[in-house]
Design a protein around this ligand. Structure first.
Ligand SMILES: N[C@@H](CCC(=O)N[C@@H](CS)C(=O)NCC(=O)O)C(=O)O
Length: 205
């Protein structure tokens, strides 16, 4: 392996896409490995924790967990705060995104339409509302978490707010984050960054 490889499923969303974006933003020449779901059962046991994304760096063991990958890329390329407390503050927001993904994930597996509606409406009225309030309270003058500079925590928050407001989650209204103007501003600022625009055009995100 001569260059970094980022292994994820073949779609432009969630944990893998935020890691691809971070590598692109950092200017890293990486191999964007997109696997088919049909190949996953054979690959899963060989990954560190049975899940993707996985970052493979030449000469190093494979690295799993999106937040560990993002923080590693961020530290190496000036996309994560150098100050330990400020870095931890960014990481707590990244953990909050993971917590919310874990709250949403079970509803992706509900096949009964009425049960899905009930679960999603409960999410929209409860967890998503309080999550938005909590994140909003932690954002300052912006537009990004750390002020003027776009860093990896912003990519994480962007991916979540894009997902929630895109309309792809049945029964989650696209207005679900309207009570979070700072988060929506952050999300727009990420999407408007020329490097991100360029990545989205390539990744079909
Ligand atoms: N905490 C892990 C969660 C990884 C995870 O659940 N990845 C999902 C895709 S987003 C996955 O690999 N699902 C397939 C499986 O668990 O078999 C992270 O942040 O990377």
């Amino acid at each position: 392996m001569s260059k970094p490889r980022l292994v994820y499923f073949d779609f432009a969303g969630s944990r893998g896409e935020e890691c691809r974006m971070a590598l692109y933003l950092a200017g890293v020449d990486f191999e964007d490995v997109r696997i088919q779901s049909s190949d996953w059962p054979a690959l899963k046991p060989g990954t560190p924790f049975g899940a993707l994304p996985v970052l493979e760096m030449p000469g190093k063991a494979p690295l799993a967990h999106s937040n560990a990958i993002l923080v590693y890329i961020g530290r190496e390329h000036g996309l994560h705060p150098a100050d330990a407390f400020e870095a931890a503050r960014h990481e707590s927001l990244m953990c909050a995104v993971e917590d919310l993904r874990h709250a949403i994930s079970p509803t992706l597996r509900i096949s009964d339409p009425e049960q899905k509606r009930t679960a999603r409406e409960a999410l929209a009225n409860n967890e998503l509302k309080s999550w938005g309030h909590q994140v909003e309270r932690q954002l300052g003058a912006g537009p990004f978490v750390g002020g003027a500079a776009l860093q990896v925590a912003d990519l994480k928050l962007y991916m979540m707010s894009r997902w929630l407001t895109s309309g792809v989650l049945d029964h989650i209204p696209t207005t679900v984050l309207d009570h979070c103007p700072k988060l929506l501003r952050l999300s727009r600022a990420v999407a408007d960054d020329a490097r991100i625009t360029s990545w989205l055009a390539r990744s079909k995100g």
